[in-house]
Ligand binder design. Structure first.
Ligand SMILES: Cc1cc2nc3c(=O)[nH]c(=O)nc-3n(C[C@H](O)[C@H](O)[C@H](O)COP(=O)(O)OP(=O)(O)OC[C@H]3O[C@@H](n4cnc5c(N)ncnc54)[C@H](O)[C@@H]3O)c2cc1C
Length: 283
């Protein structure tokens, strides 16, 4: 399949890219093109203009300061997967994103901006309490991950905003991600999966965030499960009891890969597995 014809620009700065997005017509940002181009070839998306930010300098690195790790818009999945600065849940999610070609081209920010309901890295960023930094015509704004994912393939980004960085807190604790891929194993989109972050305080679980993917219309916090774990000793039985609440208050959708019952079951299984690893890492 070929896409409908479209115009293409490759600006040299984010300011130029934002201005190109405002030029009228239907414009889309392109980072790695790993989701945008297939959608265009299938004609599920037919932009008049593609704004390729791949030539904008200064966006392809991961850096840190005392409080945050910052991932630039052009950092590829394979770079995120290999970085010791990046918390384990996000590193694992990046290393399990697609195949080697996809990991060499696709970007962590692109995956988050795309917001696929079965994607790996959005759930990890949500569990880690990440913040999206977006630049638009009105300047720069920060959007908490909990407010960023709105609905199926829909985020809080405006059409003329560009996600320039993701900031992940360097909070103490442990994190982990686990999933069932659509073809079994770990690569490919998730049938269902869970990312967890856990911090200890005076021997108990002091704080916890769990995010599910592949279960509902968007990456979703499993708040009942997280609340059930906080204050416990993080033992196997406490984790099992918390994981049993993984789908409580969560919209679970049937899709081609599983019924509501199956997805609910997988949400519990992968929450338990992710929590077990995160608690061990936090100890
Ligand atoms: C064969 C294959 C297998 C895959 N398997 C998996 C998998 O197992 N798990 C998984 O999670 N994903 C998978 N993916 C998707 C892959 O991770 C994509 O790379 C990712 O979803 C998008 O990143 P990208 O940089 O390629 O973005 P693009 O394709 O360039 O863009 C995707 C969307 O996000 C928008 N966008 C991109 N960057 C920005 C930005 N900086 N600011 C604002 N908007 C932006 C674009 O306008 C577009 O709407 C797979 C893709 C393929 C082709």
């Amino acid at each position: 399949m070929f896409p409908r014809s479209f115009d293409y620009v490759a600006p040299a700065s984010i300011a130029e890219a934002v201005s190109a997005l405002q030029g009228g017509g239907f414009a889309k940002v392109m980072s790695g093109g790993m989701s945008l181009l297939p959608l265009m070839k299938l004609r599920l998306l037919s932009p008049d203009l593609v704004v390729d930010i791949g030539k904008v300098p200064g966006l392809d690195s991961i850096s840190d300061d005392p409080t945050h790790v910052t991932i630039g818009a052009l950092v590829r999945h394979r770079t995120t997967a290999a970085s010791n600065l990046v918390p384990a849940a996000l590193r694992t999610a990046a290393s399990w994103t697609g195949d080697v070609q996809v990991r060499n081209r696709g970007t962590t920010c692109g995956a988050v901006a795309h917001g696929d309901l079965a994607a790996d890295q959005p759930a990890a960023v949500l569990a880690l309490g990440g913040t999206m930094v977006a630049q638009g015509p009105g300047g720069t704004r920060e959007i908490a991950a909990a407010d960023f994912f709105v609905d199926v393939l829909t985020t809080a980004l405006a059409p003329d905003e560009i996600l320039t960085h993701i900031k992940v807190p360097k909070a103490a604790g442990g994190s982990a991600y686990d999933k069932l891929g659509r073809r079994g194993g770990h690569t490919d989109y998730a049938v269902a999966g869970a990312a967890a972050w856990v911090a200890r305080s005076n021997g108990s679980i002091g704080d916890c965030r769990i995010a599910l993917t592949g279960v509902g219309p968007k990456p979703t916090l499993a708040q009942a499960a997280a609340q059930a774990l906080i204050g416990t000793d993080g033992s196997e039985s406490a984790i099992a009891a918390a994981a049993d609440k993984a789908a409580e208050g969560v919209t679970v959708l049937e899709d081609l890969y599983g019924s509501v019952e199956y997805k609910t079951h997988l949400a519990k299984v992968f929450t338990r597995r992710a929590l077990t690893k995160a608690v061990a890492a936090a100890s």
